[in-house]
Ligand binder design. Structure first.
Ligand code: MN
Length: 279
């Protein structure tokens, strides 16, 4: 299923061209802080309820609503650095995700479809790039999970732009700083659950700027694949429902400028766009 947050962060079940406000079926009048994480926690029960009863709920044409980031308050965003050889080559760096492991991005850097990426005023003149990434969302608490069992801990897939301030000759801030500015993690358009994409290593993805293709990839070209990332990261820390894992970017990263429109299209999930503005 495709499951979204929309308008005032209500939970929405997406079916064809409509979105159904299904939170009322599930949360007994309470509005959880992050309805998506609450939904993920209860998914084994909630899935059947939504599929049987969504047509009783208020619904809207998809183009009438404001889609939001599909997870509003993740416990953590874990991201794979240098996880495609094509990107390793263009950056001329020595190590891949296999050696580097991961970095963390601030949860407050997330924005949703249609929101603006804001280039910070105090970094004017620095290069700030888009990074096309497939992201997945953890479905169940995971610790020391083997790669062959990883699919049981994945809730679903979404698109993510890991917007990045590049180092220059005078500055080499940690990745965590360079990637955690507010608005530097656009996500969307919703989460497509893993049962709809069992062969997730075959997902194709693409990023355009102002309509021109800048990045293209297929998930199977990752250095550390999706299942292996669950194994590597869950050996370090407990993964919780709603945690987001960004799987790294292929080649084609390039600077963003005020006025640009960046679109990410994840095959079998969906597409979303963000404009770019200067602070
Ligand atoms: Mn990245």
């Amino acid at each position: 299923m495709n499951i979204a947050l929309f308008n005032d962060f209500q939970l929405g079940f997406v079916k064809d061209d409509r979105i159904y406000e299904v939170g009322g079926l599930l949360f007994a009048g309470q509005q959880p802080i992050c309805p998506m994480i609450e939904f993920i926690r209860g998914y084994d029960r909630f899935k059947a309820v939504v599929e049987a009863r969504y047509s009783e709920c208020n619904s809207y044409a998809l183009d009438e609503v404001r889609l939001r980031q599909p997870v509003s308050h993740p416990g953590k965003i874990i991201a794979a650095p240098v996880n495609y050889l094509s990107h390793k080559k263009e950056m001329n760096v020595q190590h891949t995700a296999r050696g580097l492991g991961f970095f963390l991005k601030a949860g407050t850097s997330i924005i949703g479809p249609g929101d603006a990426i804001v280039l910070p005023a105090n970094k004017r003149g620095r290069r700030i790039d888009h990074e096309l990434e497939l992201a997945f969302v953890i479905g169940k608490r995971a610790k020391n999970v083997a790669a062959e069992d990883a699919h049981q801990y994945i809730f679903g897939f979404t698109g993510l732009n890991d917007v990045t301030l590049r180092p220059d000759e005078h500055n080499e801030e940690e990745r965590c700083l360079r990637k955690s500015f507010d608005t530097f993690t656009p996500m969307g358009p919703w989460i497509t659950t893993v049962e709809d994409i069992p062969d997730f290593n075959n997902i194709h993805m693409k990023l355009t700027v102002n309509g021109e293709v800048r990045q293209k990839a297929i998930a199977k070209d990752m250095v550390c694949g999706i299942a292996e990332l669950v194994e590597i990261y869950s050996r370090v820390m407990t993964l919780e429902p709603g945690d987001i894992i960004a799987t790294g970017t292929p080649d084609g990263v390039a600077p963003l400028h005020a006025g640009d429109v960046v679109k990410i299209d994840i095959e079998r999930v969906g597409a979303f766009a963000n404009s770019v503005t200067a602070e």
